[in-house]
Design a protein around this ligand. Structure first.
Ligand code: FPP
Length: 258
């Protein structure tokens, strides 16, 4: 796992392309409504965008891409919409897993997967197993996921370790808890993108986004193109990432600690 040390900070300052991109894919419903179509048509169009953006991230050499596909709160949507989304996840997995595998993509799913229908849980596992040794794009799909769920699950695991006598309470530090949250084995996201015009994080990766650059675009997810992603990358390249340090330190003109 990457730690944001002073050396890491300077590495970051020099890096113009994000290593890990996290995206809230918002605006499918409005895209469909704007065309007089049912919401599920927006989700289907959104799935096509997922394919294009995954492909493009692979081409650009992005190390990790994390997509928010279904939040803990999305279960509250109308039953028919939830059903359509489950079917879409299943059919997309069936159609795409082999192709992703051939392209050296590793798939991971994060979230309360026990909430999903058995058949889907099984497919998630199969796709993860199939792609687990792939070293190309690390593609993570957040499904039935919430940042608060993630942090509280991590805290519960630590509490259980304390109860079992395997951990002392004073050993619970941000570093230790950070090892328990989802995607601890990957670098934290450098760039967060939310499409669809809202400017919220909406319970996505609350722990992992602590130092992430945030980018909001009005483009609705089904309309989001590789050119829009390039625009986000250009914006990211112009940001100064300080991780709590001063500009002088980041630029290497001053050392870390007096
Ligand atoms: C938010 O738009 C989008 C979702 C809740 C679902 C995202 C799902 C996909 C993009 C489809 C497939 C994904 C994968 C990984 C195969 P919204 O419905 O809230 O849009 P609105 O704000 O315009 O109503």
């Amino acid at each position: 796992m990457r730690r944001d040390t002073a050396a890491g900070v300077q590495g970051q300052a020099a890096r113009s392309l994000p290593e890990h991109v996290a995206i809230i894919m918002d605006g499918n419903g409005r895209w469909a409504r704007g065309r007089g179509m049912a919401r599920h048509a927006g989700h289907r169009a959104g799935a096509k965008t997922v394919r294009k953006i995954v492909e493009y991230c692979g081409q650009r050499g992005i190390h990790a891409l994390t997509l928010f596909a279904f939040s803990s709160e999305n279960w509250r949507r109308p039953r028919t919409e939830v059903r359509v989304l489950m079917e879409l996840f299943l059919s997309t997995l069936d159609r795409e897993s082999e192709r992703l595998h051939r392209n050296n993509v590793r798939l991971r799913f994060m979230g309360a997967r026990e909430d999903f229908p058995r058949r889907l849980q099984q497919r998630l596992l199969e796709a993860e197993r199939l792609t687990r040794d792939n070293s190309g794009l690390q593609l993570n799909i957040a499904a039935s996921y919430g940042g608060r769920w993630d942090i509280s699950s991590a805290a519960r695991r630590l509490a259980e370790a304390v109860q079992a006598g395997a951990l002392r309470p004073e050993e619970i530090t941000p570093e230790r808890l950070g090892q328990e949250v989802c995607l601890a084995e990957l670098p934290e996201p450098d760039l967060f993108i939310r499409t669809g015009g809202e400017r919220r994080i909406s319970n996505f990766m609350l722990w992992q986004l602590a130092y992430t650059e945030l980018y909001f675009t009005p483009v609705l997810w089904p309309d989001f193109t590789p050119a829009d992603l390039d625009e986000a990358f250009s914006d990211f390249a112009g940001r100064e990432r300080r991780f709590g340090q001063t500009s002088e330190q980041v630029e290497g003109r001053e050392s870390g600690r007096a």
